[in-house]
Ligand binder design. Structure first.
Ligand code: SAH
Length: 399
């Protein structure tokens, strides 16, 4: 039985936009909007094709290149109830899948059918990011905050603001800060390794939760002398330390290394007297120097930032990935383990493996694929929305 929904403005889209939606995607780009007259920013809209056939209900942005983010194939008569249900579903989805941690992504935007909303849990603190006009509207914020609070009962809830996102969405500037409670730092655990979380410090706060399962995988194979390149706050390095005789972490960010060192101190129970060495350096220069001076390792992790932020960067990005992997392969002893990652969505898994194959040839090494992995399960991949799949993590055995 169809319930009559309140009238919502209609956005008409081109045949190309309609085809995209029919393929299961949830975005329509501005160039595929044919009419959206005087629709207020962030509105709930009905989406129709050129002939007036309704394709579903969406959230509209008046400024982003992604003008339409689909919410439902059906009319939405009660948006607050729908949002509450989706938040509850996102949390329930993770219950059986997320293990050995009190930190995970609770809501991952499109992949949880809540486009424009990201929520991470770090033990007793929730960290929320709003990415669209629709999610920023006060009534929507109130619903999101009240449902999250009911479902998870956090001690504090903070909002992390990316000023660039607000600019693109033509939203007024807003500071990061507490939305609830007073606590802004805590300690959380992944795979029994402990980490600091300072909710309001630094540029990027928090951990790379998407790597949580890859840390556990890497620690299974890691041995001997280990090098964690692009170590940030020590995510891989601390996990490697469980099975390695010596671990060095390298990053160009001193503040990240300071937190890494504090994180090491939190894990004295398994580190004992062993110290992880943290080196502040440009990874490209350091690998070049180390290779030249004949340093060798049994385990190397490469987890650089996204080199290809746009499609245009792809070629330069691939050169960067290849250079890093080539140097790492040359420095690994026979029987060594390479853990190599890319978080660039524009670099597909086949493309990444092709780069790795070519690096192995140039390094005169053979590489066996032990595991080809992706992002942790709390960062779900929505099969028909390729953009939700971005992380590659390859574990290779080098001889
Ligand atoms: N492996 C980390 C995440 C790495 S994020 C983890 O699991 O937590 C990428 C890191 O690369 C950031 O910490 C950034 O400071 C660092 N970085 C960026 N460019 C760099 C460069 N040229 N040399 C060394 N580190 C760099």
């Amino acid at each position: 039985m169809s319930q009559s929904a309140p009238a919502v403005p209609v956005v008409k889209i081109s045949p190309r936009g309609a085809t995209r939606l029919k393929s299961g995607h949830v975005w329509v780009y501005r160039s595929d909007i044919t009419s959206a007259d005087a629709i207020p920013p962030g509105s709930l809209v009905a989406v129709s094709d050129q002939r007036g056939k309704t394709l579903g209900t969406a959230l509209y942005s008046s400024s982003s290149q992604i003008a339409i983010r689909m919410l439902s194939h059906d009319p939405v008569s009660d948006l607050p109830a729908l949002l509450r249900q989706r938040i509850a579903n996102a949390i329930a989805y993770r219950k059986p899948l997320v293990r050995d941690t009190d930190a995970c992504r609770l809501i991952f935007s499109e992949a949880d059918f809540l486009p424009g909303l990201i929520v991470d849990r770090y033990n007793d603190i929730l960290s929320l990011q709003i990415l669209t006009q629709a999610m920023d509207a006060n009534p929507i914020r109130e619903i999101v905050i009240s449902e999250l609070t009911q479902q998870t009962n956090p001690v504090a809830l903070v909002e992390r603001v990316d000023p660039r996102v607000r600019e693109l969405e033509t939203l007024p500037p807003r500071a990061s800060g507490l939305l609830q409670g007073t606590k802004t730092s805590t300690v959380f655990a992944m795979n029994r390794v402990q980490f600091q979380f300072a909710a309001l410090e630094g540029q990027k706060t928090g951990a790379f939760l998407d790597q949580r399962e890859n840390y556990a995988a890497a620690s299974q194979y890691a041995h001997g002398d280990a090098l964690d390149v692009f170590c940030y706050q020590g995510g891989f390095a601390l996990h490697l330390a469980q099975g390695c005789s010596q671990v060095t972490g390298v990053d160009s960010s001193r503040p990240a290394l300071e937190v890494a060192d504090q994180n090491a101190a939190l894990n004295k129970q398994f580190l004992g007297d062993r110290e992880i060495e943290w080196i502040e350096a440009n990874a490209f220069d350091l690998l070049k120097d180390y290779a030249a001076s004949g340093n060798h390792y049994d385990t190397i992790v490469l987890d650089p930032p996204a080199f290809a932020k746009t499609k245009r960067d792809l070629e330069a990005a691939m050169r960067g990935y290849k250079e890093l992997n080539l140097r790492a392969l040359k420095m690994l002893r026979p029987g060594g383990i390479l853990v190599t990652c890319s978080c660039s969505y524009h670099v597909s898994q086949p493309h990444f493996l092709e780069m790795l194959a070519s690096a192995a040839i140039d390094a005169h090494r053979t590489l066996r694929l032990v595991e080809v992995r992706g992002q942790a399960k709390d960062h779900p991949v929505l099969l028909n929305v390729p953009e939700t799949s971005y992380l590659k993590c390859v574990v290779g055995y080098v001889s």
